[in-house]
Design a protein around this ligand. Structure first.
Ligand code: ATP
Ligand code: MG
Length: 405
């Protein structure tokens, strides 16, 4: 993508109405645009990050048997009255119609699968979607960490026994661990014992350590597990010493038992209620959490796996068409090799402005072409998170990148 073609422009100043770091950096870099409190557009660069996170999530959920569907956002009142959740604070309601905007989907999926799960032979089933949720969040001040509209992956599992649910629950823990590892925040993300289980006393959250977090958790670094303050009773899961940390919930897993199958009469051929579990990942929150974890004074430092582009190619031409045409050529060579490149080909920016924008946007590999590097038939390559500059010969560039990316 040539930067002269890109819709967005970077800004030097933080938006006045954004207090949270993720929103400031994402807005300045041209990843998101705020439409209202807790309501964001994902711009071209931002949507590329979301798409990469979604791909990782889809791969890991499909590895544990997930089948993707897409359920509607508009939900009939009738479904929600069955569980008594129509009047909860989260629900946005459509005036003059018996419809609400979906803030979660237990009431919809349970009535849906009832048409297809007819006997114990149809079990187990694992159904998921990636979809926009709507929630009346009165305190939407944390950028994309807490939206009134946000992207969630929600998976629901259906079993013939509690034992089968328990086994699947453990598989989901592994899939979630893989997701957070692949998104680069694995080391900062803890499996956390939490309250709020509808059926078992506890549920589990995946909490990422960051000062922007709205939860307090007690972390055991030895056992790599944590306990949410809500359920902490002076002792975690283990006997080790724990540290109090701020964290953001990037996912959670619940054993639902038969709560929803009872409300909707979801039974097998013998009249046994089907046992359920549900599992969420906040896709857009995860993007915000990554930004909160990986940044410095200059901007974002994207992990390779979710970066909008792999390479930021920067032409510092000093007005010389010769340099410009050589860097245009390198751009097209990289494109032919299917290397994802953002190409700063702008004529109206100084070298300093381009390098600052590059740090702000945070693409993992910076590649600079200038009169100085071309004298040597080379380009200058630097990783976003490091100060080490490497000089790579143009003819060795593709090999270098194939090795490095
Ligand atoms: P929180 O305690 O932060 O409000 P929650 O317990 O309400 O989260 P769930 O209903 O379990 O969250 O939703 C599943 C996942 O969706 C959460 O783990 C979180 O990552 C994400 N999520 C929840 N609410 C929001 C929101 N308002 N904006 C962005 N992501 C959210
Ligand atoms: Mg909530």
């Amino acid at each position: 993508m040539k930067q002269t073609d890109l819709l967005t422009k970077t800004t030097k100043e933080n938006p006045k109405d954004e207090k949270s770091l993720n929103a400031q950096l994402l807005a300045r870099g041209g990843f998101v645009d705020k439409l209202g409190a807790g309501i964001y557009t994902f711009l071209p660069l931002g949507l590329r990050v979301i798409t990469k996170i979604e791909k990782i999530v889809r791969e890991e959920i499909e590895k544990i048997g997930g089948q993707e569907v897409l359920m509607p956002s508009l939900h009939p009142k009738e479904n929600w009255e069955k569980t008594g959740r129509w009047d909860v604070e989260e629900m946005y309601k459509i005036k003059d119609e018996n419809l609400g905007l979906g803030w979660t989907h237990e009431e919809i999926i349970t009535s849906l699968v009832k048409k297809h799960i007819l006997s114990s032979k149809d079990l187990p089933k694992y159904i998921y979607q990636i979809q926009n949720k709507f929630r009346n969040e009165p305190r939407a001040k944390s950028g994309i960490l807490r939206g009134k509209e946000f992207i969630m992956k929600d998976l629901y599992s259906f079993h013939s026994s509690e034992k089968d649910l328990d086994e699947y629950y453990e598989k989901v823990k592994v899939a979630y661990r893989n997701i957070y590892n692949r998104c680069g925040i694995g080391e900062k993300t803890y499996l956390t014992l939490a309250g709020g289980g509808t059926f078992s006393k506890y549920s589990h959250e995946f909490q990422t350590i960051t000062d922007a977090g709205e939860d307090i958790i007690y972390v055991c670094d030895k056992c790599k597990e944590a306990t949410n303050k809500e359920v902490y009773e002076g002792k975690g899961n283990c006997d080790c010493e724990v540290k109090e940390m701020k964290a953001i919930e990037v996912g959670n897993i619940f054993k639902l038992g038969t709560k929803y199958s009872e409300a909707f009469g979801l039974k097998d051929e013998n009249g046994n209620l089907i046992v359920m579990g549900c599992y969420g990942v906040g896709i857009s929150r995860l993007m915000g959490a990554i930004v909160e974890v990986f940044n410095d004074g200059k901007g974002i430092i994207w992990p390779k796996s979710v970066a909008p582009y792999a390479v930021h190619l920067i032409c510092i031409d000093g007005g010389k068409t010769e340099i410009k045409s050589q860097s245009d050529e390198i751009y097209s060579i990289l494109q032919k090799q299917n290397i994802e490149v953002l190409y700063d080909n702008r004529d109206d920016k100084t070298a300093g402005e381009k390098l600052n924008d590059c740090d702000l946007i945070g693409i993992p590999l910076r590649m600079v072409i200038s009169a100085k590097t071309l004298k040597d038939d080379s380009v200058e390559v630097k990783e976003r998170g490091s100060d080490e500059v490497k000089i790579v010969k143009i003819k060795e560039l593709i090999d270098f990148l194939k090795h490095d990316l």
